[in-house]
Design a protein around this ligand. Structure first.
Ligand code: GLA
Length: 388
């Protein structure tokens, strides 16, 4: 990777001496979907795929961005002397530029610029958090180059802040946290209300995590996501008239059932049901895993999918074909949509000896029913950001 980055850097920027190389991972979430911004728990892990960067400091105040994944955008530049504002001209570089903006907002201004070249190996629009990986990578790079005294949790928060305020996507903390705090062979059991977290081993002797990419990404994903957030917040407001709670994550299933009728809008009611039940499912799933009860963990993954499909309504036809097909295959412990939704990927746990048949059968059925070709990744769980 260093060699590829060095060669390309020399081509784009003319020189390649004194380069530094960094990496930050993408993520997959095992369970706990659309719970992060509802004050609940999530259980994601960092992948060994992600985004790489080669960087060289400059003496002036220019920052140049180039992505090997989007060469048609060419080099995109900003001048640190000018106030940074979201603009269409930034295109994909709105992600790293947003992080520079967020650092400045938090009092960490850059006194000189740099040239940076990105190269990612997360499949495009797959819902495996390529944007969070770019944000965490940029933050990690800035910390390394300028010596800012901030933690990896800060890197996650700054990444989320930049995505919310600079890029207009009102995401929760899960993706950036999974990328910045990843640990090899472990998932992160994160309480999004407090940011308390524990690592749980997901190294299973006889099964693997298989991600299936539907290769579809429906339009208006960001606006549909922001709608779900607003609907959950509306439900919370209604519930707060009768319960003393800060977030939907404060409720047990029984408490929710008891008070649900106070939620006026039927759509908001379904959203809240998902948020509450999914949070409790996540807590139960982590306990099941710790007890070695992977069968129950898988059942909870399946229930998670049904709830995301019917109550939170963030699945789509193509993803449901993948999940329905996965559920029919021998050796499948559990399968569900993962990430923000409306396309993207499913995550399945599959017993080792059935993985080949799983890929063949699900792939075939998917093509028959949708005309599309799914991609399968038998993934490894990796570490958070590092310098190469
Ligand atoms: C996206 C967001 C996350 C989280 C998931 C759904 O990935 O960026 O914050 O809300 O959707 O669980």
């Amino acid at each position: 990777m260093r060699q590829t980055l060095t060669q390309e850097f020399a081509k784009i920027y003319g020189a390649s001496d004194g380069l530094r190389f960094f990496f930050a991972p993408g993520r997959v979430n095992l369970i706990g979907e659309h719970t992060d911004y509802n004050g609940g728990h999530v259980f994601p892990c960092a992948l060994t795929i992600g985004t790489y960067a080669a960087v060289k400091e400059r003496t002036d105040k220019i920052v140049n961005f180039y992505s090997m994944n989007i060469p048609t955008s060419g080099v995109i530049s900003i001048d640190l002397n000018n106030e940074l504002k979201p603009s269409k001209e930034l295109r994909w570089a709105a992600y790293p530029a947003g992080v520079i903006w967020a650092f400045a907002q938090k009092g960490m201004k850059l006194d000189h610029g740099f040239d940076i070249l990105f190269n990612g190996n997360i499949p495009n629009s797959s819902g495996l958090s390529s944007s969070a990986s770019i944000e965490v990578l940029t933050g990690f790079t800035l910390r390394s180059l300028y010596g800012f005294d901030i933690s990896n949790v800060d890197l996650a928060l700054i990444g989320q802040f930049s995505e919310n305020k600079f890029n207009g996507m009102n995401c929760g903390i899960m993706d950036q946290f999974a990328s910045s705090m990843g640990k090899k062979d472990h998932a992160i059991f994160l309480d999004c209300a407090t940011l308390n977290y524990e690592y749980a081993s997901v190294k299973m002797p006889d099964a693997k995590i298989v991600i299936t990419n539907s290769k579809v990404k429906h339009h208006l994903v960001d606006s549909a996501y922001n709608d779900r957030r607003n609907e959950s917040e509306q439900a919370l407001k209604d519930l707060q008239t009768v319960c003393n709670i800060k977030t939907l994550g404060d409720l047990t299933n029984e408490e929710y059932d008891k008070h649900a009728d106070v939620i006026k809008d039927p759509v908001c009611k379904k959203r809240a049901k998902h948020a509450v039940y999914e949070n409790q499912r996540t807590i139960e799933a982590v306990k099941a895993l710790a007890a070695g009860d992977i069968k129950h963990f898988g059942e909870l993954m399946n229930q998670s999918h049904i709830s995301l499909r019917d109550d939170y309504e963030v699945s789509c036809k193509e993803i449901d074909v993948l999940v329905d097909s996965a559920w029919k295959q021998p050796g499948v412990v559990g399968s569900r949509i993962t990430g923000g939704g409306f396309g993207g990927c499913t995550v399945s746990i599959v017993k080792n000896e059935y993985i080949d048949a799983f890929i063949e059968n699900v792939g075939k059925e998917y093509t028959e029913k949708t005309g599309l070709t799914a991609e399968f990744y038998v993934v490894e769980i990796g570490d958070g950001p590092y310098e190469l």
